[in-house]
Design a protein around this ligand. Structure first.
Ligand SMILES: Nc1ncnc2c1ncn2[C@@H]1O[C@H](COP(=O)(O)OP(=O)(O)OP(=O)(O)O)[C@@H](O)[C@H]1O
Length: 429
């Protein structure tokens, strides 16, 4: 029976011991499975302890406490290295309802990775894993997905992931940028037009909705669609039918809907700026994208990833520069991080990128953050405080090192030692 499942699968008893395994599972992992002896965590995590001892949620324990199927996203050690995996755990009961064991079915997530990998979403923080869990759930059905998150948080990348992980992945993924769409453009871009429909329409043109047939349409910044066009959009989404501009024939397109907005759409509904019926049509399955501030743990991995795929792959960030980055608030999220890394790598004269190669905005905000740190909420180390303070001075001070040393009440040698330690340079040097 287990071999009838085409994804990697095992049957385990409540003590995590594997009693049945299919070929797909054996091929996924590099550790040999000995039936009646090997435990699932030894194979998938190379660990002698269950995964909840290492900060991951154990779906087996969830299953045991709820008596129902459970799922979780884990990082597994596979034959191909570390990779994301979506786990579905189902309790198997006997005729009296007693749990005999658990069926574990695994689904590899190839659109995300823990380490830098081209074309994937990089991250390993808890909020990132929660988001992956939602993406995987959404991609298994054709429910309308609404992505909500700050600008630059990765909404387009997530929309692509939903498409890539769905059964429509061999069909088109079409992006419709809703910001700035006038009424005329809205209709001709989405629905296309017939020859002679308006001055300049010398040939007929297919609309984006027709091109997307069979695939996914991503409406980016859907909150920017003006009220009068929202009615037309709702009609399209409800019926999947439309007419090209200047055309008489009704056309139909089968597409999966993914929308995104950085604005709070429910607030817009309350203000009367977004139709309530349209909101409920697009928000079948909301996915929240955490801001970079909520996933600070992912910053070092993202830094490595962006450097690796830049022109400056040989350069590296100093520990202090990374510390400053991980303290910055990133209002522009991952897009801002990517820009900052490219700028700093370009500015750095050496192979090591130091704190004072970072844009002033990072150095200044971080300094004031650190200096103003409220000791009730977070205590920073004296080294971090000193590093942030000196980096602020370095970016602003116009005098000589000797004058600065006197002001700081330290010797010039101590000043140079500290600057070298934190990878800083005075602008006047
Ligand atoms: N997890 C991630 N790993 C690697 N790169 C990422 C990740 N998330 C986002 N990016 C990159 O960050 C940049 C911004 O992402 P994206 O355009 O998807 O954001 P957005 O939320 O759609 O932005 P906007 O709201 O401005 O449209 C892109 O270059 C994207 O490739």
């Amino acid at each position: 029976m287990i071999n009838a499942i085409d994804k990697p699968a095992i049957f385990i008893s409540p003590d995590y011991v594997i009693h049945a395994v299919n070929q797909a599972y054996i091929e996924t992992y590099d550790t040999q499975v000995i039936l009646g002896q090997s435990r699932c965590h030894q194979i998938s995590h190379h660990s002698d302890e269950p995964c909840d001892k290492h900060g991951e949620e154990c779906p087996l324990q969830q299953c045991q406490s709820t008596q129902r199927a459970a799922n979780a996203v884990h990082i597994h050690s596979t034959a191909q290295g570390k990779s994301y995996c979506d786990i579905l755990m189902k309790p198997i009961k006997d005729s009296s309802g007693e749990i005999l064991g658990f069926l574990e079915i695994l689904d590899a997530i190839d659109y995300a990775s823990t380490e830098s990998k081209k074309g994937t979403m990089v991250g390993q923080s808890a909020p990132f894993k929660q988001m992956l869990n939602r993406i995987n759930r959404a991609s298994q059905s054709s429910i309308a997905v609404l992505l909500q998150g700050e600008t630059g948080a990765g909404k387009e990348l997530v929309a692509k992931a939903v498409h890539q992980a769905s059964s429509r992945n061999d069909k088109p993924f079409v992006v419709i940028e809703c910001t700035g769409l006038s009424e005329n453009l809205f209709e001709s871009e989405l629905f296309g037009y017939e020859k002679g429909a308006f001055t300049g329409a010398t040939t007929s043109k297919k609309g984006l909705i027709e091109i997307a047939h069979g695939g996914t349409v991503f409406f980016d910044e859907i909150g920017d669609v003006p009220l009068n066009m929202q009615v037309k959009l709702l009609r399209l989404l409800e019926t999947q039918c439309y007419r090209a501009v200047g055309g008489l024939k009704q056309k139909r397109s089968d597409f999966r809907l993914v929308s995104a907005s950085h604005k709070n759409l429910l607030d817009l509904v309350e203000k009367g700026e977004f139709r309530r019926d349209l909101y409920y049509r697009i928000a079948g399955f909301p996915i929240y994208l955490p801001s970079l501030r909520e996933r600070h743990d992912d910053i070092p991995g993202l830094v490595k990833h962006f450097i690796k795929y830049s022109e400056y792959k040989h350069k590296k960030f100093s520990v202090n520069a990374l510390t400053l980055l991980s303290r910055y608030a990133f209002p522009g999220n991952i897009r801002e991080l990517k820009n900052i890394i490219e700028q700093a790598a370009l500015i750095a004269n050496e192979d090591t990128i130091h704190s004072n190669d970072l844009p002033e905005s990072v150095q200044l905000t971080v300094t004031s953050d650190v200096v103003n740190t409220n000791t009730d909420t977070e205590i920073v180390t004296l080294d971090d405080m000193e590093c942030a303070y000196l980096s602020q001075i370095c970016s602003q001070y116009q005098g000589s090192p000797a004058e600065l040393a006197i002001t700081l009440n330290i010797s010039v040698r101590t000043l140079y030692r500290k600057l070298q330690r934190y990878g800083l340079k005075l602008t006047t040097l």
